[in-house]
Design a protein around this ligand. Structure first.
Ligand SMILES: Nc1ncnc2c1ncn2[C@@H]1O[C@H](COP(=O)(O)OP(=O)(O)O)[C@@H](O)[C@H]1O
Ligand SMILES: [Mg+2]
Length: 385
């Protein structure tokens, strides 16, 4: 047990994106210091850390500096090499640990973990050659499948839709990955996520499940409370807590779910860190997902996960800048009731790149949804279907 670390202690964050930035904001608000190892020379979102290490993750000097400064460590990005995590944990407590991150960062290990522990997920086959892919394609159901790289996928990258008639040789040649998971394609009735926090002693708390709507495989909006059957939501919460226990997890864990057209609740994937679908917790919950991560790292009690207002979180992708000549109308967005704007200080707006988000809270969910719809109109984001 690594115990209590008082304000003034330094937490080490691996990764340089917006999740680390928002964790840093929570940490600094509470008087903690942050060292961010970002692994590259672009310090945009990580700019609020007390110190930044730019050396690549395979650099020994970078590791030495990180270990020298950090009293406890965490990841804001799951694709940190597992071997590096294992070296860090020899010197500094790491939460979540290398084993948990190692499962969540690798689709094959993740799927096998779910299957072995009895958590429901989409049917899948592991493939590592064109011949295996050809055989696996022949076994796909009518609805087809999605081929996903085992590692380094995000926002739908490293994924391709396939069916029984697909040309395995061509697909495999274009797929630059040594291993992949072929998954049945689910007819989606809805997508959900559940955030769970589990502390150093194994106490847990769960947030209200979130309804997620994706566009082009990227999260578009998150809606809380989710507009779904309460029995399904309760089951999702139970499964997410069960996964956190099965991983002997420390920190904040996000579990993504599919609800299929035929009513099945399936685990899609896990993220061993704060999650895009949990950003509403900053403005709509008693304790944000970022503060929870800090609390677990520093041996503080878990905070209340209570939702104090219905909320709709709208992601702001680079498209918003590109389509508004670099100058979105923030005054108009912020004139909408209950709007909380979060921008990540990324230097360059590219289509599909997450640049910020705006959360709408209101007394009722329909009001929050209506204000969100108006923000889409102002920013030129296509309306929700
Ligand atoms: N098996 C599937 N059936 C239907 N839709 C899927 C399936 N797998 C992924 N998707 C869609 O693609 C999105 C992104 O896929 P996901 O596996 O979560 O990868 P990542 O979030 O790492 O890019 C999902 O949220 C879902 O909308
Ligand atoms: Mg996902």
């Amino acid at each position: 047990m690594s115990g209590y670390r008082p304000p003034g202690s330094t937490i080490g964050v691996l990764g340089g994106g917006q999740l680390g930035r928002m964790l840093t904001i929570a940490a600094r608000r509470m008087g903690y210091r942050v060292v961010s190892w970002i692994g590259a020379p672009d310090s945009g979102p990580a700019g609020l850390a007390d110190s930044i290490i730019e050396e690549p993750f395979d650099c020994g000097d970078g590791l030495a500096t990180f270990l020298d400064r950090a009293e406890v460590a965490t990841v804001e990005f799951e694709n940190i090499p597992k071997s590096l995590l294992e070296r860090i944990v020899e010197k500094v407590p790491l939460m979540p640990d290398a084993a948990a991150v190692g499962i969540c960062q690798h689709r094959e290990r993740e799927k096998c973990f779910l299957l072995e522990k009895g958590f429901p997920c989409a049917a899948f086959m592991v493939v590592d050659s064109a011949v295996q892919l050809d055989a696996a394609l022949g076994k796909l159901p009518d609805n087809g499948g999605i081929l996903k790289t085992a590692e380094f996928g995000y926002d739908g990258k490293g994924q391709v839709g396939v069916n029984r008639g697909s040309n395995a040789v061509e697909i495999w040649a274009s797929f630059e990955a040594p291993r992949a998971v072929l998954e049945e394609k689910i007819v989606l009735a809805a997508e959900l996520s559940v955030l769970v926090v589990r502390d150093q002693a194994g106490h847990t708390a769960v947030y209200d499940p979130v309804e997620n709507i994706h566009r082009d495989h990227i999260l578009d909006v998150s809606i809380v409370p989710a507009r779904l059957d309460p029995a399904i939501l309760a089951e999702a919460g139970k499964i997410a807590l069960g996964i956190a226990d099965a991983l002997d997890y420390r920190g904040i864990l996000a579990v993504e779910f599919f609800v299929s057209g035929d009513g099945r609740l399936l685990v899609n994937e896990m993220a061993p860190r704060p999650h895009n679908s949990g950003h509403h917790t900053i403005d709509a919950c008693e304790t944000s997902q970022f503060e929870q991560q800090l609390r677990v790292l520093c041996g503080l009690p878990i905070g209340s996960t209570r939702l104090h207002s219905p909320a709709v979180m709208l992601n702001l992708l680079g498209d918003v800048w590109v389509d508004n000549d670099g100058n979105p109308d923030w005054p108009a967005v912020l004139a909408l009731p209950g709007a909380a704007l979060h921008l990540y200080e990324k230097h360059e707006a590219r289509r599909g790149r997450k640049m910020g988000h705006v959360t709408f809270t209101a007394a009722t969910l329909p009001e929050a949804l209506a204000n969100q719809a108006e923000a889409r109109r102002i920013l030129g984001i296509p309306a929700l279907l």
